[in-house]
Design a protein around this ligand. Structure first.
Ligand code: WTA
Length: 715
């Protein structure tokens, strides 16, 4: 049936070149079959009672979220669940006080002192695991908090930037900050020194915590070099980093060739000797005090420091970890995300620790030294909850489709997050990785939202490959069209997905850019800027989506200038600015191209200044610039040097047109261009080169076509 439908669609796009209308896509949308949660899962689930839907129904909003807040230990209970007096700067659990570190560590000591909080697995397979019990975590967090307070002089409200790989010292640093009420800003370890420097400047932090080196793909990478670049970049922007705290990957041995700077750089292990046994009282913080910043990309080059709260955020990640990750005290949970992304913050550190869980942390690449590695780890440690992104699933499937069956692990629950998952990849995950025994949740959410927005509730709702599911408990999504009309629920028509109501995990603001916060997320669909009623302030997620008749959502990808590469958000402006640092480059445009493994990759189009001739050396310079300014993840798949960029008469580069060319799609309407003739020249050049390299155009799914068509539509 579905194959027939797809065949119906092909001639129209490929031959007549007519653009697909949204209504047409809706009709030809392929509906998948349901998969039902296994009985054994239901029998043990945290949320197996359907009355939970009633508890979280709209008529019980916002009080329903008391159920999440009651998972925490409060120093002082709140008096107001939701304060909407200053929209859209919502305040949750007002009047309440608590400490996030106390909730994640101290309160578990009585019952779980010697239980593993983290089991760390090094990338080199011969290296021993390190286990941190809750007691170990308590001791280390206290000692590091003492160091931060007494040696660095930081106090509540200050920012500390953390640029570290996947080692247990990273959550130790985060929790030590939380203990003091200090705001941590963790920068993904794979980001460049300059990217880290930009985030230091934006957040105004004077302390950088880093590490000398770490293993990735069998190589010991020098990480300390990035700290020097970050500090130099910040200094050039007028922000002084007073102290750089350097953890060492190998005990007592410095593993980086980059020299330490006297009076600025300190080995953490040496400093900690002064604080042995010191205990630091957790600082009782107001529920609305910021807990951390997490930077993400947007439409302009300046990254957005998403500010998350203490009480609302912690309550939300604890509640969703319990019901959607289904974590019980006896489970062994493994989330493969990096802690440097929001998934790691919410669903490795804060959510699971608030529940007193045991988590696996893995240092390296999932396919190192081979595609059996994750399954060996799962078998050895008895992992029963597994959490990763489609890009990793695709990679493991390609490199070792039959590996999982060689190992005797058993998952009860698996998560996919970060990008849309193709139904055939979903099915491999279900049948091969999950051995048909595990429930899957496809969780849709964002850095800004703190926790899950849409997913099936694992014991109670069936799964549908490729659809994340309905809004999660207490979240009421809605789809609007370009004109601000509500797309009829369940109509299958594409539009911009929004959330009608506030929820405790929503970020509080963009650090230092409150106008941008209102502008980007609320202005477009706000019904009345004077209103203090939350119903007038839907949150715009920036994703395209459809909703099927069963209420399940399908996420189509970003509608703003953001490219989601292997689950990592990259801003086109950041990429283009990096390309423009190359002397020969006059203009640049970054676009997404569909990729079998990474979901999407970046392709750069550049036009040169007069007098320069295209060469592979210039292409390489562009690649290197992007790698050093942003990081390796942003390295473009191709750099195309073109004679001119397709532009509107007002001089705006039409990224949509080149995006179409890169994806072998019809570039759409070009009549508004100032230079329509260049489109055909670029198309020939790029597509011929691709075909010559064996990049045969593959048929794109309706979702992918829609994504490229919408790319860059929202300014
Ligand atoms: C995309 C990651 C489809 C989406 C938690 C969103 C998804 C962006 C899914 C946020 C999913 C995330 N299905 N797309 N299950 N989850 N996305 O901020 O485009 O790194 O807006 O947060 O990833 O990425 P971020």
């Amino acid at each position: 049936m579905s194959t027939q439908r797809e065949a119906d669609r092909r001639p129209e796009t490929a031959e007549t070149g007519a653009e697909l209308s949204e209504a047409h896509i809706a009709v030809h949308w392929k509906e998948e079959e349901y998969y039902y949660p296994p009985a054994s899962f239901i029998a043990q689930a945290n949320a197996a009672d359907p009355r939970i839907f009633e508890r979280f129904s709209e008529k019980n909003f916002p009080e329903c979220f008391k159920e999440y807040a009651d998972l925490l230990t409060w120093d002082r209970y709140w008096h107001t669940t939701l304060d909407t007096s200053n929209p859209p700067f919502w305040k949750w659990f007002v009047g309440g006080r608590l400490n996030a570190c106390f909730n994640c560590v101290d309160r578990h000591l009585e019952q779980h002192r010697n239980k593993a909080a983290f089991i760390w697995v090094a990338e080199p397979e011969e290296e021993e695991d390190r286990v941190l019990t809750y007691q170990d975590l308590y001791v280390k967090v206290n000692e590091f908090a003492a160091l931060l307070r007494d040696f660095c002089g930081v106090k509540s409200g200050d920012r500390v930037t953390v640029h570290m790989p996947m080692v247990p010292e990273l959550p130790v640093v985060m929790l030590a900050c939380a203990r003091l009420g200090v705001i941590h800003s963790v920068v993904f370890g794979g980001f460049s020194g300059q990217a880290c420097g930009e985030r230091i400047v934006d957040s105004g932090s004077h302390i950088l915590v880093t590490m000398d080196a770490y293993y990735r793909n069998g190589e010991l990478l020098d990480h300390k070099a990035k700290a020097d670049q970050a500090v130099a970049y910040a200094a050039a922007q007028g922000v002084t980093v007073d102290k750089v705290l350097v953890w060492r990957r190998h005990r007592g041995r410095y593993s980086s060739p980059t020299p330490m700077v006297a009076g600025r750089d300190y080995f953490v292990d040496e400093l900690l000797m002064r604080y042995r046994g010191v205990r630091v009282e957790p600082v009782s913080m107001p529920a609305e005090a910021p807990l951390f910043l997490m930077y993400t990309s947007g439409t302009t080059a300046r990254p957005k420091g998403c500010q998350h709260s203490t009480g609302g955020y912690l309550a939300y990640v604890a509640g969703t970890s319990k019901y959607y990750q289904d974590i019980h005290p006896e489970d062994t949970y493994w989330c493969l995300a990096d802690i440097g992304w929001i998934t790691g913050h919410s669903y490795i550190v804060y959510g699971p620790l608030a529940l007193g869980a045991t988590s696996v942390l893995y240092e390296g690449v999932p396919t190192y030294p081979d595609a059996g590695r994750p399954w060996r780890i799962a078998e050895r440690l008895g992992v029963n909850i597994f959490h990763t992104a489609p890009t990793t699933i695709r990679m493991l499937r390609k490199a070792g489709p039959d590996e999982p069956q060689k190992y005797r692990y058993h998952f009860k629950h698996m998560t996919t997050v970060g990008e849309p998952i193709e139904p055939e990849v979903w099915r491999w995950y279900y049948h091969v990785v999950g051995k048909g025994e595990a429930v899957i949740v496809d969780t849709w959410w964002q850095t800004e939202t703190g926790g899950f927005l849409a997913s099936t509730l694992p014991a109670l709702q069936p799964m549908k490959p490729g659809s994340c599911g309905p809004g999660v408990l207490g979240i009421y999504p809605v789809i609007y069209d370009e004109e601000g009309n509500e797309v009829p629920a369940g109509s299958g028509k594409a539009g911009n997905i929004c959330i009608r109501n506030p929820w405790p995990g929503i970020f509080q603001t963009i650090w230092g850019q409150p106008e941008r916060f209102v502008q980007t997320y609320y202005a477009r669909y706000c019904k009345n800027p004077q209103s203090k009623d939350w119903r007038d302030w839907p949150y715009m997620a920036g994703d395209g989506a459809t909703q099927a008749a069963d209420g399940y959502f399908r996420i189509l990808g970003r509608v703003d200038d953001v490219i989601n590469v292997a689950g990592h958000r990259l801003g086109t402006k950041e990429l283009e600015n990096a390309a423009l640092t190359v002397e020969e480059v006059a203009e640049a445009a970054a676009v997404p191209v569909m990729d079998e493994l990474r979901g999407r990759m970046v392709e750069m189009y550049v036009a040169l200044k007069p007098g320069y001739t295209p060469s592979s050396a210039i292409e390489e310079k562009v690649r290197t610039a992007i790698e050093t300014i942003i990081g390796k993840i942003a390295r473009p798949k191709h750099v195309w040097i073109v004679p001119d960029m397709p532009k509107t008469r007002s001089g705006k580069i039409m990224r949509r047109v080149v995006a179409g060319i890169s994806n072998f799609m019809d570039p759409g309407d070009t009549t508004t261009l100032a230079n329509p003739e260049v489109v055909e020249t670029i198309r020939r050049q790029v597509q011929a080169a691709k075909v010559a390299r064996g990049e045969v155009p593959r048929e794109l799914s309706a979702e992918e076509l829609e994504e490229v068509r919408r790319f860059g539509q929202v300014e």
